[in-house]
Design a protein around this ligand. Structure first.
Ligand code: ADP
Ligand code: TRP
Length: 330
């Protein structure tokens, strides 16, 4: 897939945590080492839920800074803000006219809302705005606007890429061959990264460790990881320990084996294990964290990168819009 164009959007819905990084962002950064990559911060997709413009802007900067600091290869990748490309609003609107309403009714996130409303006995569409309802059309527009080949996504987003293919198909059938068919690629499942309480690390559980938390905050969070009540002497099962699960994501194989043995052998208290985890994460992240903080204190540098990405994206996008307008409007 070396000559293929990889495209992906990242929704700026909160300060990125270790789960987001390992599960979603790190694999994307790795892809950018060997592939032409189109990457944007999907701020328009956040609008159906996020009504605080200031927070949205700040989270957009945070994701951009994180990607750059964590090694996104800007030789191969363009990075921009979705909302900076006017053509996205146009394509999304054009695509509405070939998208059956029934397709939107089948979208997982809309269906989940309908089910929840039905269970609570309120109107099926309570709390559903058109941004949520037409979310898949906007996402199809993202994918089709830039002629992408490959769309790496998590399992939860696979249906959206399939919808983009459906919508491309409806358009091509109506107006003749226009859009390339994008392929969803589901990355290797690294499993769920546990949070402080042992459940999936997630903003909704308030159990996250922000990826680039300052050292003292990182330490405080790690010390709060919930453990069982085994004494230091007792042997412990590493595979059931949040401390070990997090450690192995940042350590080398041999360090992980040593740590595993320390769990199994007994003689190590959880306090010591947490300190080792803190020291490992802190040392791995200290360099990119400093760069992240530097960028966030120099937002004009981030803006410059986003602008130069947008300039390239706009060129591709405007060619697509010209083609689409001609086919649809003559
Ligand atoms: P949250 O659950 O905190 O709201 P999101 O749903 O915004 O996180 O996650 C964005 C991406 O990060 C998802 O595509 C998912 O693959 C990844 N991700 C989030 N939490 C985890 C986790 N605990 N383990 C692995 N991947 C995760
Ligand atoms: N909907 C995706 C998410 O919630 C983000 C996204 C928006 C996206 N546009 C995209 C992902 C285009 C891949 C391609 O994670």
């Amino acid at each position: 897939m070396n000559d293929k164009i990889v495209l992906t959007g990242i929704k700026p819905t909160g300060t990125p945590h270790i789960g987001n990084y390992l599960g979603a962002l790190k694999p994307l950064i790795e892809l950018s080492q060997n592939h032409k990559t189109i990457m944007f911060i999907a701020d328009l997709h956040a609008l159906n839920a996020e009504k605080d413009a200031k927070a949205l802007k700040q989270h957009t900067y945070e994701i951009a800074a994180l990607l750059i600091a964590a090694g996104l290869n800007l030789e191969n990748a363009i990075l921009f803000r979705q909302s900076d490309i006017d053509e996205i609003y146009k394509l999304s609107n054009f695509l509405m006219n070939v998208t059956p309403k029934g397709l939107m009714n089948r979208a997982h996130s809309y269906k989940a809302m309908v089910e929840k409303n039905t269970e609570s006995g309120v109107d099926v569409d309570a709390g559903v705005n058109m941004g949520l309802y037409t979310y898949p059309v906007l996402m199809a527009a993202d994918i089709l606007l830039y002629n992408s080949d490959i769309v790496p996504v998590g399992k939860d987003q696979k249906q959206h890429v399939e919808f983009a293919r459906d919508i491309a198909g409806y358009f091509n059938n109506t107006y003749g061959e226009t859009f390339k068919m994008p392929e969803p690629v589901i990355g290797e499942d690294i499993g769920l990264i546990p949070g402080l309480d042992g459940r999936k690390m997630s903003k909704s559980y308030d159990n996250t460790i922000p990826l680039f938390a300052p050292s003292n905050e990182l330490k405080k969070k790690i010390m709060r990881i919930i453990t069982d009540s085994k004494t230091p002497e007792e042997p412990k099962n590493p595979d059931e320990s949040t401390i070990f699960q997090l450690y192995k994501q940042f350590a080398s194989e041999s360090e992980t084996e040593t740590f595993r043995k320390m769990f199994l052998d007994g003689g190590m208290g959880y306090g010591t294990a947490k300190t080792m985890l803190f020291e490992k994460i802190d040392s791995v992240l200290s360099k990119p964290r400093a760069e992240y903080e530097r960028l966030l204190n120099n937002k004009q540098e981030i803006d410059a990168i986003l602008q130069s990405g947008a300039d390239i994206a706009r060129k591709i996008a405007s060619r697509t819009i010209e083609k689409v307008k001609k086919k649809m409007l003559g």
